[in-house]
Design a protein around this ligand. Sequence first.
Ligand SMILES: NC(=O)c1ccc[n+]([C@@H]2O[C@H](COP(=O)([O-])OP(=O)(O)OC[C@H]3O[C@@H](n4cnc5c(N)ncnc54)[C@H](OP(=O)(O)O)[C@@H]3O)[C@@H](O)[C@H]2O)c1
Length: 384
Amino acid sequence: MKRKRVVILGSTGSIGVNTLKVIERYPEKFEVLGLTAYNNIKLLEKQVKRFSPKYIAVNEDGFKYFKKQGSIAQKNILNVFQDLEHLVALKEADIVVIAMRGSAALMPFLSAVTSGKTVATANKEALVIAGNIILKEAKKFNARVIPVDSEQSAIFQCLEGRTNNHVNKIHLTASGGTLLRVSKSRFDQITVKEILNHPRWKMGQKITVDSATLMNKGFEIIEAIKLFDLSVDQIHVVIHPEAIIHSMVEFDDGSVIAQLGVTDMRLPIQYALTYPQRMDTGCAPLKFAQLKKLTFEEPDFKKFPALSLSIHVAKEDGTLPSVLNAADEVAVDAYLNQEIALTQIYKITEKVVLKHKNKKNPDLNAILAADAWAREEVRKEIYN
Ligand SMILES: NC(=O)c1ccc[n+]([C@@H]2O[C@H](COP(=O)([O-])OP(=O)(O)OC[C@H]3O[C@@H](n4cnc5c(N)ncnc54)[C@H](OP(=O)(O)O)[C@@H]3O)[C@@H](O)[C@H]2O)c1
């Protein structure tokens, strides 16, 4: 059988590296066609040596570096700022993995679906801000969008073969992140290093901070609404510190189907790449007797107001998700640069969200304008 040719946007990140581990396990099934990096040229170079992609996309320094180094034909060294839309639309590409972070993934995501590709997306930002447009285009161009985010993958797996008509609720699980057992009065005393030490998952810095504030769960509420055509009221967030159940679907008859697995992103990544086939992942199986118990609790909305804010944004929709996402992105970057305290992330984001004049049923231009407006507003809050 012909090998599937895969393009990975963001191959140097946590999801990108895990995607390459999956591909490495099945060389007879997959071939790496394109890899992209943003800053980490050294890691990209190692990946190029190992997987020999035909194309790469890099920044200007990366271009000079690879041009001199000579392992990739110069015409195939693309620009990460300008050429991702072209890269994902290449006729040779079968599967596009969106493993890059941030709303910068929006345009390449759209290009991939309008080119009819199979898109495995870990990136949630593009779905949060423009999920309606992306999924409409995917339908129109017969593209398949398969979620990689472990919670969305769980829902996708639980719904397999069914329409969402008989879904009563989604129980979206959250491990609770670094601050689950920390009192709110101590939040700003926790160091960035401690915040980045997630108890269950090893992920990129931005999503790890969002997991600590539960903003990540808020984004996932919006992501699930768009991906599975649900209403806000159908989503119930439940704290599940063991992070063994990755989410559950409750049907109209009261039956609940859950997806369980170890906390290893290779599982949902591989499922997205091989769907609908299941194959050995090399991940350790669950040992139930060792787990002993799985626990659940309601989230504390007072301690984690990002959840209520996201629910408000999800209900309003329009350009507000774009504002929420952009404001959080800039504020988290400022936090990681130690320019603001952790609790400021929420305060600033909330202020900008509440200031925004929401535009319903926005087109792409309105979404991008709202994104740019929010970034500027947050910068004014932080740096003026
Ligand atoms: N990590 C997880 O377990 C996980 C789980 C669920 C969902 N997700 C989602 O998956 C996405 C990636 O997460 P991650 O944890 O893998 O992030 P990460 O480790 O920070 O990696 C991000 C990747 O995107 C690249 N990148 C960053 N900014 C870019 C830009 N403006 N344009 C093009 N490329 C850019 C980075 O390149 P350089 O490294 O070369 O700078 C890197 O390859 C996020 O949307 C996240 O929410 C992640």
